[in-house]
Design a protein around this ligand. Sequence first.
Ligand SMILES: *Cc1c(COP(=O)(O)O)cnc(C)c1O
Length: 386
Amino acid sequence: MDLSYIINHLGEERDQYFNAVSPPIIQSSNFASKTVADMRHTLQNEFEEPFYTRGYNPTVGILRKKLAALEGAEDALVTSSGSAACAIAVMGNLKAGDHAICVNKPYSWTNKLFNNILAGYGVETTMIDGTDPENFARAIKPNTKLIFLESPNSLTFELQDLEAVAAIAKKHNIVTVIDNSYCTPLYQQPIKMGIDITVHSATKYLNGHSDVVAGVLCGSKEMINRLFASELMTYGSIISPNDAWLMIRGLRTLPLRLERSNETTTKVVEYLENHPKVKQLYFPFSKSFPQYELAKKQMQGCGGLFSIVLNVENMEQVETFCNSLQRFLMACSWGGHESLIFPSCSLLTSQCYNHPYIKWNMIRFYVGLEDAEVLIADLEDAFAKI
Ligand SMILES: *Cc1c(COP(=O)(O)O)cnc(C)c1O
């Protein structure tokens, strides 16, 4: 199925709604049955037919079809946040007495899930350096049931060799989950490489307009049906029909937005790489990136996120630099139209500059849809102040 068809037509049954080009927002919690027999039938197919919006909603259904197809998966669940998608994928595949493996430095709330919440339910987790596939093989125990990947991660961008890890996991019957938010399905297709479940923060590129928090989880029909009937329906962490509609609209321009963000990022990265005030730059498609070859092998493109370490003496200079930027907003999240910075020092108080892995002089950048020249000029002005 081609990308243009998925984004513009898949799932849209226009003859059912006046041939409207844009689908309706079916803002209804429940759906009536004509007969008891109909109701009985619908209750057996709660994931496929309108009965109650926690299970199926027609507007969400359109989005679900598109997201599964984009990811090359049999089916998908759309959730109220990326964090909910991670939790459903993980909780639904582990029980007390099981062991899980997770890569170092995952997204903060993924870390919380493995190291605080699951620990409380009797699941043990080993955190590993995922840059060497052998580390996965070494960490496997007889009760290992799940491996969680994030490639690249969203701060320093360490990658995992997805084909190699999937092969190791398959040998031991271990379920693999990847957070694929950074690449989106356009730039990385983990399911084709043998990974079982992909999760996304759809808040980021997939929606792309900084106006919806949502998530998606893709996998086999069997896996998705099982997670639907237990975790999704129990936690109830569903997307609203209105947010699903906004996401369908966001998806229409996904390829355009990604291409633009990617192009501009390449220019901004080039500028920063040669700047004397930049000590280090982390970006998977930069030639100096330690895993450049692997990035080129398994990713078709690179998103607009990268990090730099400033070549400065003190925190005040970092703060001056950040406060001076006018065209980069200072905020969390990423993947929208607007360029952003997230300074690591915002996580540190003056009492503890020397955190084990949060560098005080590191700044994460996200490049949105502005002109490269405008962003570079803004950086130039901020550098001049330090
Ligand atoms: C933002 C983010 C999440 C969490 O997604 P929410 O939609 O904010 O719940 C998970 N993983 C990564 C890599 C993210 O950037």
